[in-house]
Design a protein around this ligand. Structure first.
Ligand SMILES: NC(=O)c1ccc[n+]([C@@H]2O[C@H](COP(=O)([O-])OP(=O)(O)OC[C@H]3O[C@@H](n4cnc5c(N)ncnc54)[C@H](OP(=O)(O)O)[C@@H]3O)[C@@H](O)[C@H]2O)c1
Ligand SMILES: [Zn+2]
Ligand SMILES: [Zn+2]
Length: 352
């Protein structure tokens, strides 16, 4: 065991603060990564504040962070895919049982024994896993991803959650050239959804509550932008979408988007508001429309997404911050005031 520097929350109403945490020494299959950048996902905030208490109660202290890019410092004796000096990335999963049908299919996100990067039982040290708001992490090489050499590292970190969480449902629902795809909420996930859907060839429409994001949405790859609080603008798109990706972090009227789907269209929730959403049955019934959800992605698809981003030169638009600004960043996230992902420069932790 060794001590790592981190930022952790002591309780649901405590700000994040500097702390020392225990990490395991690398075992034979482990990779020890010195973290360079970690993105701030809205899930970090939901978890730090125990907003998902009924589904996943938070165990404190809580060290969030699951958009990790770093440099390999040490590897165990049986590690074959990484060597010291390589870049390595870690997303939302650090382990799974590897034996169930989901793992065999490379769909580790559905493994009943998956281990999340933070707030999951830690079978090595007891307690719970600690995430990427830290100077280092030790992860089994099977859960470490390769980073394309051409990508900016601060902007690559958010691909590990925001990237894969939007890429996976876009691929699953066949979003490609000739399809009309909507993205609701231009935050961290939403802006990746726009870039990826555009690169996949779809006609992309952004729905935003923030009129000031319109020009950005077009620059990011949207073909059209709708201010969702304007009912007339919304009505113009009634019954026209093949697919809509809903990436909103707060309560909102999902029925208004269901009305915009064509027959057999699908709306997939990736946003996970703390409170249940209200739903009118006829919105779905009358167009045989469907509503589904999608969690992150498995290891093979996460690597595929990173390689796709490498080939298309796609990274997140980031505002790089020192770790000391994380609490301020959380408040700005709640005001939808981020363009479009915070990425923590972990060198800032050295002074703690
Ligand atoms: N399914 C998964 O595996 C998965 C993975 C990662 C994250 N998530 C969840 O996805 C959600 C989004 O995460 P994120 O990191 O992208 O968050 P984010 O950066 O805060 O973006 C959320 C966006 O939602 C819109 N929004 C916020 N409040 C709203 C309201 N009251 N009504 C309508 N729209 C509102 C805003 O976009 P506009 O300003 O454009 O309106 C905001 O930028 C979170 O709930 C997060 O926990 C799920
Ligand atoms: Zn996330
Ligand atoms: Zn499994």
């Amino acid at each position: 065991m060794y001590n790592a520097k981190a930022y952790s929350a002591a309780g649901a109403t405590s700000p994040l603060a500097s702390a020392k945490i225990a990490r395991r020494d690398p075992g034979e299959h482990d990779v020890h990564i010195e973290i360079l950048f970690c993105g701030i996902c809205h899930s970090d905030l939901h978890t730090a504040r125990d907003e998902w208490h009924d589904a996943f109660a938070t165990v404190y202290p809580c060290v969030p962070g699951h958009e990790i890019v770093g440099r390999v410092a040490r590897v165990g004796s049986a590690v074959t895919r990484f060597k010291p000096g390589d870049l390595g990335a870690v997303g939302c999963l650090v382990d799974s049982d590897r034996t169930c049908p989901e793992c065999h299919a490379g769909l580790e996100q559905f493994c009943p024994n998956g281990v999340l990067t933070y707030n999951s039982p830690d079978k090595h040290l007891g307690g719970v896993t600690y995430g990427g708001y830290s100077d280092s992490i030790v992860v089994d090489e099977r859960f470490v991803l390769r980073v394309p050499a051409n990508l900016d590292l601060a902007g690559t970190a958010p691909l590990l959650c925001a990237g894969i969480t939007t890429y996976s449902p876009l691929r699953h629902w066949g979003v490609t050239k000739g399809k009309k795809a909507g993205v609701v909420g231009l935050g961290g996930l939403g802006h990746m959804g726009v870039k990826l859907a555009h690169a996949l060839g779809a006609h992309v429409v952004v729905f935003t509550t923030s009129p000031g994001k319109k020009e950005d949405a077009l620059r990011l790859g949207a073909d059209e932008v709708v201010i969702s609080r304007n009912a007339d603008e919304m009505r113009k798109h009634a019954g026209s979408f093949d697919f809509i990706l809903d990436a909103v972090a707060a309560d909102h009227d999902i029925g208004a988007y269901i009305q915009l789907l064509r027959r057999d269209g699908n709306i997939t929730l990736v946003g996970a508001p703390a409170k249940p959403l209200a739903l009118a049955a006829f919105g779905l019934i009358l167009g045989r429309r469907s509503l589904s959800g999608s969690p992150i992605g498995g290891l093979p698809e996460t690597q595929e997404m990173l390689d796709f981003c490498g080939a298309h030169n796609i990274t997140a638009d980031v505002e790089v911050i020192p770790i000391q600004k994380v609490n301020e960043a959380y408040e700005r996230l709640l005001r939808s005031d981020v363009k479009y992902r915070f990425s923590i420069d972990m060198a800032s932790l050295k002074s703690e």
